[in-house]
Design a protein around this ligand. Structure first.
Ligand SMILES: NC(=O)c1ccc[n+]([C@@H]2O[C@H](COP(=O)([O-])OP(=O)(O)OC[C@H]3O[C@@H](n4cnc5c(N)ncnc54)[C@H](O)[C@@H]3O)[C@@H](O)[C@H]2O)c1
Length: 249
């Protein structure tokens, strides 16, 4: 048990086959009190019930600063503390550079990057008070290799922004023992691609991966567990690749 009684918030964790949901399950198995945050209250509550007793599901649109603050306040009033935040909520769009309209840019940058900022700002005062905390930010291999798998250039830009934000937060929050690290998953089989990734393309991508397969949500959940727990107590500002060797650099 690596997270006994730790209060762990995970954004975008209601999606059934998603990375957030897999992380929530794993954290619960390790003794955490998990708070699932997602757009729809009913889905967040159902996801929390599904992982067992004592967990919470709350509606929280991470692009809304007031909603992030309200969620953090409710967690502190009901569970007394905040130990871990996984900034997992994200959306992507398979657009070419010249196809990106202002609305596409806003949607993708807002959820992935602005959401990471707002949710982190909502939990940091409590973590500072406790003089401890771990924040995990979900970036993507797309930030490192310039996309080219599914998400468009605006997704690469947003995820690149997440890496910079996470590193700057690590530097500033280190003196309060609040650690901030990022994960860069490769292609993970979830519903984020909304069925738009063909089996043919998946096969082609798998042939270019040294470990010979696409990733599954648990692959990323395991990295989240490491970064959330005290196993990584001297690690901050790091970027952990979970990509099967798709990008070795
Ligand atoms: N699946 C991949 O191949 C892959 C690769 C690299 C990075 N990622 C990143 O991993 C994270 C999880 O992705 P996934 O594949 O599990 O996707 P998913 O679509 O299964 O889950 C994303 C979740 O985010 C939620 N969400 C969307 N907008 C939100 C908002 N404004 N506020 C709160 N919640 C919101 C959705 O409702 C959903 O539950 C994302 O940040 C994604 O960009 C995924």
């Amino acid at each position: 048990m690596l997270l006994t009684d730790k209060v762990c918030l995970i954004t975008g964790a209601a999606s059934l086959r998603g990375i957030g949901r897999a992380t929530a399950k794993l954290f619960a198995q390790h003794g955490a009190k998990v708070v699932i945050l997602d757009l729809d209250a009913g889905q967040a509550e159902a996801a929390a019930r599904e992982i067992g007793e004592g967990h919470l599901g709350l509606a929280c649109n991470v692009t809304d600063k007031a909603a992030c603050q309200a969620a953090a306040d409710e967690v502190v009033s009901r569970l007394g503390r905040i130990d871990v935040l996984v900034n997992n909520a994200g959306i992507t769009q398979p657009l070419k550079f010249m196809e990106i309209e202002p609305g596409n840019y806003d949607a993708v940058l807002d959820v992935n990057l602005r959401g990471t900022l707002y949710m982190s700002q909502a939990v940091v005062p409590q973590m500072r008070k406790q003089k401890s905390g771990s924040i995990v930010c979900m970036s993507s291999v797309s930030a490192q290799r310039g996309g080219g798998i599914f998400g468009g250039p605006h997704y690469s830009a947003a995820k690149g922004g997440v890496l910079g934000l996470g590193k700057a937060m690590a530097r500033e929050l280190g003196p309060d023992t609040v650690r901030v690290n990022s994960i860069t998953p490769g292609l993970i089989q979830t519903d984020i691609t909304a069925g738009k990734l063909t089996d043919e393309l998946k096969g082609e991508i798998a042939r270019g991966i040294p470990l010979g397969r696409l990733g599954v949500a648990d692959d990323v959940a395991n990295a989240c567990l490491f970064l959330a727990s005290d196993l990584s107590s001297y690690i901050t500002g790091a970027v952990i690749d979970v990509n099967g060797g798709m990008l070795i650099h």
